[in-house]
Ligand binder design. Structure first.
Ligand code: ASP
Length: 462
């Protein structure tokens, strides 16, 4: 290692110790021939003191340059202790300074108040991410995902990855398509969710599955939605009833808040459960904000919305669109309405998890009877070609399928709401811009004629 200590972890315990530190120059001050540098690494900041031996070298230094410093830890005299700094009661008396890389003047300000334009922040995201607030959010994201993994592992879940190059799984958005080189004229679709795979994993007998799953949806940006891609905690279980999914999810969130966000307060445990119809009547929305004090940043009001209709309003062409998705099971007592005339009376086993007025996850108990699934396809208005597109599901269900169901809380949105961030981009390392661009990499971008030819695509002149 090029360092033997982390800047932010130094304390009075290390006084008189020789340390080697590496990091970025957060700030630099010279007074005549002597100088001070606040050195920053991931763990925090520590002050370095340079005597007059270094006066020439200091002149060449710029902010955000990367240096290695060898020195001795010293206690600061009482009158020089800086209580605003975690390491404010010590400083490092430097003996050796090595400039590892020099930094040009930065194109954006790294201060606490974000003055830079969103576009600049995203173009130079690797610099924007140096800000302590972003470092903290990314650390919390890591801890949250780790918590989810550990929690579910403990409960006997397997984490199983599913393909990214696959076939369309409709979740109500447009697909991203990837042309195939080997099968010219054919396309993979990036998954809008691993919905079909996780159901097939239940047919395969894994019983409890989860995945920190990337989902790709070509839809417009909103404050709580990045265009392009987002991450879900996708999970599915066999031999369960809706109650089991609600209980598991609720336990996971309660424990997660306790462990990772101890300063936050849950307004109500167990989470209140509202029927869709009542909720719409009372709050005029299916994502009500049940906080007592909506200005309180530390208040978290979860609730469940249940008893959704299976279908949205009947479409003009006489067909129905699924409210959740077409694999959602109708309540047993409503199966008798599974016909063209009565289908809008059917309630389903859909469940939405809502937090402070945001839908942070949805799921359902699934259909596991191929005949019911086939009838749903009819009601949705699938023609034979569309039915064939999903025939693998019906085929799989002919070989012994366990009753199953699941849920998929969105990771980015959940973190945005818990952290009280105004936009989901604040919790994503490299988010797409409002108009679906990766400004850091400058994507999407043109590709060469050869690449297009290989996949059998000719661009129309516009
Ligand atoms: N696939 C669903 C979604 O992305 C979640 C689920 O039904 O488990 O909303």
């Amino acid at each position: 290692m090029l360092k033997n200590f982390n800047c932010g972890e130094l304390t009075k315990k290390q006084v008189d110790k020789k340390v080697v530190l590496c990091g970025w120059i957060d700030s630099l001050r010279t007074h005549g021939k002597i100088g001070f540098i606040n050195l920053r690494d991931r763990s925090g900041i520590v002050q370095l003191f340079f005597d007059k031996r270094f006066s020439n070298e200091l002149k060449n230094l710029t902010r955000e340059s990367v240096i290695q410093v060898t020195g001795k830890v010293e206690a600061r005299p009482k009158n020089l202790i800086n209580n605003d700094m975690k390491t404010g009661d010590i400083e490092i008396k430097a003996n050796k300074l090595e400039i590892l890389t020099k930094a040009d003047p930065l194109p954006l300000e790294l201060g606490k108040d974000i003055k830079s334009l969103e576009e600049t922040r995203l173009k130079y995201r690797y610099l924007d991410l140096r800000r302590p607030e972003m470092q903290k959010n990314i650390e919390i994201r890591h801890k949250t995902i780790k918590f989810m993994r550990d929690f579910l592992d403990e409960k006997g879940f397997y984490e199983i990855t599913t393909p990214i190059l696959t076939k369309s799984t409709p979740e109500g958005a447009r697909d991203y398509l990837v042309p195939s080189r080997i099968h010219k004229g054919k396309f993979y679709a990036l998954p809008q969710s691993p919905q079909q795979y996780k159901q097939l994993l239940m047919v395969a007998g894994f019983e409890k599955y989860f995945q920190i799953a990337p989902c790709f949806r070509d839809e417009d940006a909103r404050a709580d939605r990045c265009p392009g891609e987002f991450y879900q905690l996708d999970l599915e279980m066999s031999f369960i009833e809706q109650e089991d999914i609600l209980k598991l999810t609720e336990d996971l969130f309660i424990e997660m808040i306790k462990k990772i966000f101890p300063e936050k307060k849950l307004t109500k445990v167990p989470f209140p459960r509202l029927k869709y119809k009542d909720c719409m009547k009372k709050y005029k929305t299916d994502k009500p904000d049940l906080r007592k004090n909506k200005k309180n940043k530390d208040e978290l009001a979860f609730c469940w919305i249940l008893d959704f209709p299976l279908f949205e309003e009947k479409l003009e062409n006489g067909h129905y669109a699924p409210k959740h998705h077409m694999f959602t099971m109708a309540k047993e007592e409503h199966l008798k309405y599974l016909n063209k005339k009565d289908a809008n009376k059917i309630l389903s086993y859909q469940h939405d998890l809502v937090l402070n007025g945001f839908e942070i996850g949805g799921g359902s108990v699934r259909i596991h009877d191929p005949e019911i699934q086939a009838r749903i396809f009819d009601l949705i208005g699938f023609d034979n070609k569309q039915k064939k597109y999903f025939s693998h599901m019906l085929t799989a269900f002919r070989y012994g399928v366990p009753p199953h169901g699941g849920i998929a809380p969105g990771i980015d949105r959940t973190l945005m709401v818990i952290l009280g961030e105004p936009n989901v981009r604040e919790v994503i390392a490299f988010p797409k811009s409002q108009d679906a661009m990766d400004l850091t990499m400058d994507a999407p971008s043109e590709v060469s004629k050869e690449q297009l030819k290989e996949v059998g695509i000719a661009l129309k002149k516009s």
